[in-house]
Design a protein around this ligand. Structure first.
Ligand code: ADP
Length: 355
């Protein structure tokens, strides 16, 4: 506080000296010009006394003018510079302390354009920081929430397994419960890590040219036991020889997630269709199911992290699959869209560049 008031006083003195010298120089020049013109035209000669009293009057004039100008300048600075600067620094201090709702108000008056521009930049920065903070806290809350369920399941089964008079069947069932829950947690961790690496761009696509149809068929075949057990009909319409230049491993995540969702959300006796068609520059993959479908409200959120529309089937997932799919498709500069009808089914369409 003391340091700032000393600085303020020094600034006032400095301003005063600058004004005094400038005004003194200007007024003295004018006086000398006036007196010499008067003397020449009227044939006057000045005595030392005349000059001394004129100098005194001029000095007092300069002093009064300096006081007036310095005061006006001081007030102008206070209103036009110090006040807006203080408003901006107060706001940035609040932001620094974690209050991301703080905003610089729009300032009115002449010469405020520059400060308003700085204020706008500060406000944009605060809004960005606030959304990053919300994402971070949401993410932590979601991860903690998602971990609680499998942990509770493991604890329950672990307690049950401790009882001495268990039948062989019960022991196997409880041990399976622990294994399933831990697998679910491991899957979630793998997905979080993958998503994190994808979001931080630590994964650079390794582009190679390969047969997309073959990749789709190989991927689909991994679900053979699932579609047989659930008596789900499979329909494929895959154009042959569609070559694509892309990262095969990353695209495998996309197909796996779309197929596993199609089987997960389709009831016994339903149908899952996969099609691949291509133009010269693009390949289009459609994964259609006759499952439960989703409402437009659910459809609007499915690519968000941890979003799960159908809670009744959420036991088998963690809401990260489609966020991962979207990220991969974005990295590959492709497009993904969904059409869905509640009770009728869904079609996911992925459009990728072939080169
Ligand atoms: P998860 O499948 O683990 O819940 P996803 O990110 O894969 O997470 O999917 C998010 C949500 O999108 C799902 O909870 C579900 O509501 C909806 N969804 C995804 N695929 C389908 C589908 N084929 N049919 C109906 N709903 C789907």
């Amino acid at each position: 506080m003391k340091k700032t008031s000393v600085k303020g006083a020094l600034r006032i003195i400095n301003n005063f000296i600058v004004f005094f010298l400038t005004i003194g120089f200007a007024v003295s020049c004018c006086m000398m010009l006036f007196l010499s013109t008067m003397g020449d035209s009227m044939g006057l000669t000045y005595t030392a006394e005349n000059i001394a009293s004129a100098a005194k009057i001029t000095f007092i004039n300069v002093l009064i003018l300096t006081l007036i100008f310095a005061t006006i300048d001081h007030i102008r600075r206070k209103v036009n510079v110090d006040r807006p600067a203080r408003i901006i620094t107060d706001t940035t201090e609040k932001i620094m302390q974690g209050d991301f709702s703080a905003r610089v108000p729009n300032m009115h008056g002449a010469g405020m354009e520059g400060f308003n521009r700085i204020g706008e930049a500060v406000n944009t920065m605060a809004a960005e920081l606030s959304s990053v903070e919300t994402l971070r806290t949401d993410f932590i809350a979601n991860v903690s929430h998602e971990m609680k369920t499998p942990l509770a399941v493991m604890q329950n089964y672990g307690t049950l397994l401790q009882s001495p008079d268990l039948s062989e069947e019960e022991r196997i069932e409880y041990a399976k419960g622990v294994t399933d829950a831990s697998r679910r947690m491991a899957d979630m961790m793998t997905n979080i890590l993958k998503l994190n690496r994808l979001e931080n761009q630590q994964i650079y696509p390794e582009i190679s040219e390969y047969d997309l149809g073959e990749q789709l068929c190989e991927c689909l075949l991994q679900y053979e036991s699932i579609w047989e057990n659930s008596e789900i009909e499979i329909d494929t319409e895959i154009e042959e020889g569609v070559m694509i230049k892309a990262d095969a491993e990353l695209l495998n995540h996309v197909w796996n997630n779309l197929f596993s969702n199609a089987f997960k959300f389709t009831d016994k006796g339903g149908k899952v269709s996969v099609s691949l068609s291509a133009t010269e520059h693009h390949a289009v993959v459609k994964v259609t199911d006759t499952g439960c479908g989703m409402s437009p409200e659910v459809g609007a959120h499915i690519f968000e992290k941890f979003y799960q529309g159908d809670k009744s089937r959420s036991v088998q997932g963690n809401g990260l699959g489609l966020a991962l799919v979207k990220r991969v498709v974005d990295i590959m500069k492709g497009e993904i869209s969904v059409e869905s009808d509640v009770g009728k089914g869904s079609t996911f369409t992925v459009r990728m560049r072939r080169t």
